[in-house]
Design a protein around this ligand. Sequence first.
Ligand code: SF4
Length: 435
Amino acid sequence: MTQLEMAREGIISDQIRVAAAAEGMDPEVLRRRIVDGTAIVCHNIKRQGGKPLAVGQGLRTKVNANIGTSKDDVSIDKELEKARVAVAACADALMDLSTGGPVDEIRAAIIRETDACIGSVPLYQAAVDTVLRQKKAIVDMTVEDIFAGVVKHLEDGVDFITVHCGVTRSTVERMNREGRIMEVVSRGGSFTVEWMAHNEAENPLYEHFDRLLEIVRPYDAVLSLGDGFRPGCLEDATDRAQIHELILLGELTQRAREAGIQVMVEGPGHVPIDQIETNIKLQKQLCHGAPFYVLGPLVTDIAPGYDHITCAIGGALAGAAGADFLCYVTPSEHLRLPTVEDVHEGVMAARIAAHAADIAKGVPGAREKDAAMARCRKALDWEGQFKLAIDPHKARSMRAESGVDEEHGACTMCGEFCAYKVMNERRDKQRSAAG
Ligand code: SF4
């Protein structure tokens, strides 16, 4: 039986127990949410040593970091370093999106490196195998190549796979009719659109969706229904192609659940702030409450170099409106493959967004952290502040760099005019006067 089928039978599996404990949640509550599809537990049963990760309603908003090589930048060591840095920065999941070099070796090394949840896009595998190994074009991928890529990743222990099943002839038709500035910006989406046009065929992952479900079943991995038509700029947001794809993803969500497979749905993309809440509500409505995994959303197109910030702004709003899983964006977005430092910055920005969302969602324990920080600030308790900080190392080193190391002293911002100090001294005077 799969996780979902066991949950339907009232069974609390070890995976549910472990994931619920990590959330400080009653496992029975998590089991019920898995049954109604509003939560999932990501864990490939073939994976050795991976930690099951719960995503969904009432749970802490999760953060994913994308890593992986490209054809122009291939270094296993660098990608492993990124994996270590992302996990040290408390990313909940890593997606290996490698498309350059020995991708099988890289994926295996990343899976070995960490017990964090791992995701991937198996279509890249099929594309790489076709282009680099068979020396053919992407459009020459066969249906068997595509499914072989899925099997390969699941056999390696990937916990969730992104599959662009909603990129169909009907969605492409809508995009062509409506016209878009950026057309398709998802890599997997663009491969699929090109393949369908060249082969005059339907997307195999849509046409043979039942076969995909049968393949996933023995691994009990999560299907992450990809958004091939996610808007790549504000002008393309919330258009017919995007919404048509979402309607299809909602239908596929239902079919997967009927087959006992857990599902999350991926979402935009570049979205103006005033459309974010609508996008989240539409997804939740059309996809029967399935956990929503968003890339960004990036709230403006004009900030290359700062897209971890444009993404964190959108991610906080999306999370507050109900998105469950945030995919980070690094300062390198739209410019280059991220560096190790970019990965750290991206995870921190996404974690800030996720925490801000958790406060708005009322996730237990989130707000209390802020209250504890306020108390430490008021008491000029620097050690306490560092411990509570989202990035303790950065906070500690910035204070150290200022040259002030007095244990309960003010900082260089206001020095002797420190408002906390003034108020604390006033309070102490009042206390001693009182007695
Ligand atoms: S000196 Fe100013 S900025 Fe620094 S801790 Fe005191 S009030 Fe805050």
